[in-house]
Design a protein around this ligand. Sequence first.
Ligand code: ZN
Length: 212
Amino acid sequence: MEAREVLVAAAHKLVELGINPGMSGNLSLRTEEGMLITPSAIAYDEMTPEQIPLMPFGGQYGHYIGPKRPSSEWRFHVDIMDARPEVGAIVHTHSPYATALSMARREIPACHYMIARFGGAPIRVAGYALFGTAELSDQVVAALRGRTACLIANHGFVTTGATLDDALLAAVELEALAKQYVISLSLGGPALLSEREVAAAVRQFATAYTKN
Ligand SMILES: [Zn+2]
């Protein structure tokens, strides 16, 4: 499949997964020429590969090629790809449970070993800034340090991956983790894993991925 088709297919999948209310989310994919990103103000079920803008690497900041404007959140997509060469794809949505935690500005602690698949604990909350701004992008890049996901205060979350499938799976798993954490809070809060236990889980994930 051509890269633009991969991105559109992933956008459709995000809708099917039910973790992207309305038109809130956006996705990006690294290619040799630059970053492909979902366009602004187009419903995912009406999106076609020809509409996907390309933002060339090394070009003028914000420059894009294509008939439609990039998502208003293009800055943090570009800045994450710039800061994190291992990131091949990014998913951003306003899914219910992760967003509820972001509204409470509550990071996700070591409440489950799955936190290790995001690089460790906690999953931070990027500070609030107006959507689409450079200030927000700076906050997101900082909150992602050493992690493959972060929440964004009063907004939603971001997951990254080597591929779009990776980033999508991470989005599903982050929303699940957020939901489990919220439910555990209603039971008086989770017992937390120790740093050593989280570190062991991080190593176990690394081994599992190497074996595959
Ligand atoms: Zn958003």
